[in-house]
Design a protein around this ligand. Structure first.
Ligand code: KG4
Ligand code: ZN
Length: 340
C-alpha cells in the first residue's frame, strides 16, 4: 500500500499569514489563517511594510499551529510548498524564508508555488478536476481566464488590462466610504438594494477574453462627483448594485463564451471575488443551463489560504518540481505550466 502524502503549505503574499497540511493532495488536515484585515482596515488598504511586520510576528505561530492541529511532526511531512509570487515582495519573503528554514532544518524538498495556481487548486480540495477545464480567477490582484488541458498546464486566454476585479471593488468601496476590504461590503449592500444605477460594461473587442474595470471605476467616481456638485446625496446601495451588475455581467458573459469555444468539461471560479454571492449565482445559473459542471470552493478557500498552496504544491511535487534554497520572492511571477 502506498504511504499517505503530507505537504505543508505556507502563504504570505498579501495580508493573510497562513499554513496548512494537506493529505494526498485533496484532503485538508489543518488550515490556519491569521488575517490582518482588522489592522489594515485603519489604513483603508494593505500597507506593505505593516503586512511584512505582521507576517514576521505570526509566521512561526501559524506553522506550529498547522502541525499541531494535524497532529504531525515535521518528519512526517513529504515536502514544504510556499507561495513564491506574485504578491508584495516583503510579505512573500517572510513565508519563503520560513519555508526555506523549515525545509533545510528537516531535510525536506522545497516547492515554490504561483499564487494563482494555488487559487485554481483550491477546487481540488472540493472536487476532482476534469480537463479541459476553464478557470475564472478573480482576486484583489488578478482577473484571468485560464484554460487547463491537464494537471499543471495553464494557458492564460484573457486577463485584465488595468484594474483587477477585486481592486475595482476595493476602490469603488472607498469612493462610497465603505470599509476595507470593499468586496464583501458591496456584495452585502447590492443584495439589499432593489434599484441599480446603470453603469457601462467594457466588452473590448468582440473576440477578446480580456477585461477592463478602470472605466467602470471612473464612471462610478463621475456619477458621485456629479451628484456632489448638485448638492445631492449618493445612495451607496444603488451604486453598489449597479457596479456589481456590470462586473458580474462581463465576467459571466466572457466565461460562458470561453467555455463554449473551448468545449470544456468543467468550469471553476477562484480567488477572493469568487466569494461574491451574485457572481456565484450568475455562474451557477449560466452553466447549469448549458449542462457544464461549475464549481466554486467554499468562501474560506476562495480568499487567501495555505491549503490551496499545499494542494498545488502536491501536484508539482508529484511532477518532480523542486525549488532550491536560492528561491527569492517574485512579485511579478508569471503563471507557467509544470506539466509540459
Ligand atoms: O484572493 P484574495 O483573498 O487576495 C488576493 O489574492 O488578492 O482576494 C481579495 C479580494 C479583495 O479585493 C476583496 O475585496 C475581494 O477579494 N472580495 C470580494 C468578496 N470577498 C472578497 N469581492 C466581491 N465580493 C465578495 N464577497
Ligand atoms: Zn489571492
Amino acid at each position: 500500500m502506498n504511504k499517505d502524502q503530507y505537504i505543508l503549505g505556507i502563504e504570505t503574499s498579501c495580508d493573510e499569514t497562513a499554513a496548512s497540511v494537506i493529505k494526498n493532495g485533496t484532503e485538508i488536515v489543518s488550515n490556519v489563517v491569521a488575517s490582518q484585515i482588522e489592522s489594515q482596515k485603519r489604513f483603508g488598504g494593505v500597507v506593505p511594510e505593516i503586512a511584512s511586520r505582521h507576517h514576521v510576528e505570526q509566521i512561526t505561530i501559524v506553522i506550529d499551529e498547522a502541525l499541531e492541529q494535524a497532529n504531525l511532526l515535521p518528519g512526517d511531512l513529504d515536502a514544504v510548498a510556499v507561495t513564491e509570487g506574485p504578491g508584495l515582495v516583503g510579505a512573500l519573503l517572510v513565508g519563503i524564508n520560513a519555508a526555506k528554514a523549515f525545509a533545510f532544518a528537516h531535510q525536506l524538498p522545497l516547492i515554490g508555488v504561483h499564487h494563482i495556481a494555488g487559487h485554481v487548486y483550491a477546487n481540488q480540495l472540493v472536487q476532482e478536476m476534469e480537463f479541459p477545464l476553464l478557470a475564472l480567477i478573480v482576486s484583489g490582484g488578478h482577473t484571468e481566464l485560464v484554460l487547463m488541458k491537464e494537471h499543471g498546464s495553464f494557458e492564460v486566454i484573457g486577463e485584465t488590462r488595468d484594474d483587477a476585479a477585486g481592486e475595482a471593488y476595493d476602490k469603488v468601496a472607498r469612493v462610497l466610504n465603505l470599509p476595507y476590504p470593499g468586496g464583501p461590503e458591496i456584495d452585502r449592500l447590492a443584495s439589499e438594494s432593489e434599484t441599480a444605477i446603470e453603469f457601462p460594461r467594457a466588452w473590448l473587442e468582440a473576440d477578446s477574453y480580456d477585461f477592463s474595470f478602470s472605466g467602470l471605476k471612473s464612471a462610478v467616481i463621475n456619477y458621485k462627483h456629479n451628484l456632489d456638485q448638485k448638492g445631492e446625496s449618493v445612495n451607496p446601495a444603488h451604486v453598489a448594485a449597479g457596479f456589481q451588475e456590470s462586473v458580474v455581467d462581463v465576467l459571466t458573459v466572457k466565461t460562458k463564451r470561453a467555455a463554449e469555444q473551448f468545449k470544456v468539461k468543467q468550469v471553476i471560479a477562484a480567488g477572493g471575488v469568487a466569494a461574491n454571492k451574485q457572481l456565484r449565482a450568475s455562474l451557477t445559473e449560466t452553466f447549469s443551463a448549458l449542462n457544464i459542471p461549475f464549481y466554486v470552493p467554499p468562501i474560506s478557500l476562495c480568499t487567501d489560504n495555505a491549503a490551496m498552496i499545499a494542494a498545488a504544491g502536491t501536484s508539482m511535487y508529484n511532477h518532480g518540481v523542486r525549488s532550491t534554497l536560492a528561491m527569492n520572492g517574485r512579485p511579478g511571477m508569471e503563471l507557467t505550466s509544470w506539466n509540459k
